[in-house]
Design a protein around this ligand. Structure first.
Ligand code: ADP
Ligand code: MG
Length: 243
């Protein structure tokens, strides 16, 4: 099981504010990693550095053996390999569900419209939204929008899927339908890196849990360790507050 992404000594500052410090961790093929931690601990910044929405201040990101922060590296080719799902969906509001899942395929991957449509339909079906191909985002509930956003990311057939609190903006009754889709995806062997506050989900689905505190990885391990037998005082304190 080789690592797909390896983050080494990653740091990120905004001005004098050091938000990530000496982050080391790797994502293995087929692995589901949940990142937990208090608000402001740097979880989103870590995901945003990994997909280069933010430029890291230091360290390395190795993707399939190559340092993608090396100037010579083709950043566009790398970014195509990552799918991202945001808290706020970020769908194109003027496009229907089907088009939302086609635009990137046609523009970025240069797929034909026919191929793109086939692939979009396949993934809309995976997330249970194939009956809503013509619906615009404003006609959909939050849970439905997030499922379309997941289908859109999957339609690019990425190597790794990144999720940043995909259920945090949802009404409580819609959280379950999105988590169910993510759980099904996890069981297919998709490589997933998920920032979440859903501790029960993390316990059940994660192969590994990473606990972040004030810009560092304070502890990481299998869910049994993190949730039942944490080694670090900081992890215990955080879990006491959340559970
Ligand atoms: P989390 O996702 O764990 O809540 P974030 O990664 O969003 O944490 O933020 C970590 C810290 O970085 C916070 O103190 C936040 O205010 C700061 N931060 C995040 N993005 C920016 C930015 N673009 N400019 C300045 N500070 C930022
Ligand atoms: Mg965040």
């Amino acid at each position: 099981m080789g690592s797909v992404i390896e983050v080494q000594h990653l740091s990120k500052s905004f001005g004098n504010h050091e938000v990530l410090r000496d982050i080391d961790f790797s994502v293995n093929k087929g692995e589901v990693i949940c990142i937990i931690g208090s608000s402001g601990s740097g979880k989103s910044t870590l995901l945003r550095c990994i997909n280069l929405l933010e430029k890291p201040s230091g360290g390395q990101i190795i993707y399939r053996g190559e340092n993608i922060l090396d100037e010579k590296h083709d950043i566009h080719a790398y970014r195509k390999k990552l799918g991202m799902v945001f808290q706020q969906f970020n769908l194109f509001n003027n496009h229907n569900a089907l088009n939302n899942c086609m635009v990137g395929q046609v523009k970025v991957l240069k797929r034909s419209k026919e191929d793109a449509e086939k692939i979009a339909l396949k993934y809309l079906k995976v997330v249970g939204m194939d009956h809503y191909v013509n619906a615009k985002p404003k006609q959909l509930s939050g849970g439905q929008k997030q499922r379309v956003a997941i289908a859109r990311a999957l339609s690019m057939e990425p190597d790794v899927m990144l999720f940043d609190e995909p259920t945090s903006a949802l009404d409580p009754e819609m959280v379950g339908e999105v988590l169910k889709v993510m759980k099904e995806l996890a069981s297919t062997g998709l490589t997933m890196l998920i920032v979440t506050h859903e501790m029960e989900f993390a316990k059940e689905v994660a192969d590994r849990v990473v606990f972040m505190d004030k810009g560092v990885i304070a502890e990481e391990g299998p869910p049994e360790q993190i949730f039942n037998n944490p080694r670090e005082e900081r992890t215990k304190t955080f879990l006491k507050r959340t559970l």
